[in-house]
Design a protein around this ligand. Sequence first.
Ligand code: URP
Ligand code: ZN
Ligand code: ZN
Length: 460
Amino acid sequence: MSILIKNGRVITGSDDYIADVYIEGEKIAAIGKGLKINAERTIDATGKLVFPGAIDPHVHLDMPFMGTFSSDSYETGTLAALHGGTTMVIDFILQTQGKSLHHALEEWQGRSNGNCYGDYSFHMAVTDYNDETRKEIKEMINEEGITSFKTFMAYKGALMIDDGQMVQLMKEVKAQGGMVTVHATNGDVIDSLIAKHKAEGKLSPLYHYLSQPEITESEASGRFADMAHYTGVPAYIVHMTCEGALNAIRHATTRNQKVYAETCIQYLILDASLYEKDFEGAKWVMSPPLREKKDQEALWAGINQGLVQVVATDHCPFKWEQKLMGKDDFSKIPNGHPAIENRVELLFSEGVNKGRISLNKFVEVLSTNPAKIFGMYPQKGTIGIGSDADIVIFDPNEEHKISAKTHHMNVDYSGYEGWKLKGKCKTVLLRGQVAIDNGEVCIQKGYGNFIKRGKSRGFI
Ligand code: URP
Ligand code: ZN
Ligand code: ZN
């Protein structure tokens, strides 16, 4: 199959020009003005933006968590992602404490293999670091193409590792050429605040927020950065929410250390006032919680200062009946919110249209940087000759509204219900196939490939 995309405004992390893009098979084969090539299909992109498929490096599909499973399967989640311009996701495998990494990999493969519409990869969450696990790190990197290892400094008893394990893991990952990523919040302090609030009969979603004050994140982020500095491992903090955590990595730069940081779309545009809506606040119960306006400002500035390299989602949807598990106790509300379909259009509307970030920065944080940091560049993350033809054709002027009635995620509410956006994904290509065309699905379940990743491309 060959496709010629004519006259679009091509945006990459660094460039912005009008051109034609010619695709042969799965790859971009030529880029130029007025290309005279006969293609099997021509798409007129006049007046549209043409940018690389977005990569969401932080999603949880069909994940066992807090006594239930996140409600998007690999099928529904990757399809919803494509509708919203995200052509690839990186999901998290969770090691069960007492079992091997390979055991967890097989479990996750069992749910994902053959079920994805979009391309995907995994981070491996190491929840039990020991001599056996140590041997598996090298195999994960060299044989499975899983080069990033997630750690939790919270969720004690299920996912959290202690600092001793963290340092040992970091040393091994460094030796094997991988990266350590982290959920950086102080689990002990959070657990004590949860217990205190419960003992006082304070059980509403607001107390989820009040049990995770900013200090729990800034302290853990600084501690993680210090351990990464000591071991020399490439390090990445997921879902950063606040000024304090940002300052912890700003401090790391003073000793010439780079700690990559990811924020998520919700932390840029939603704030903690939503927890004052009684139990409806459960829609936004996630960890870390939404923060204050001053934190939003700090994060937008952090993106422009190059301290925050990625805007992800931490997509971890639960239906309302699942959220109701915590009706009488905020600590039982499954943590997470849906956004996999909305991230690109929200960031365009709230970020680019409101003058907070440039178009190039938009592409950089949604696609180019995740591809570089997680070892997929230039196969993914750019529009260049030889790159996978993962392409979004985007109408910057189309106005639309977010609603659970029209979204494709398997969840019966939206955290952004009624939000009016300007800018819409019209046609989405994945490896040279039109996957979504004006809301119509044009590929089959199973088209999505598992992408083996290489080592991180180094400092950005
Ligand atoms: O609330 C969240 N973030 N749920 C998913 C698990 C995690 O901590 O990323
Ligand atoms: Zn987390
Ligand atoms: Zn997460």
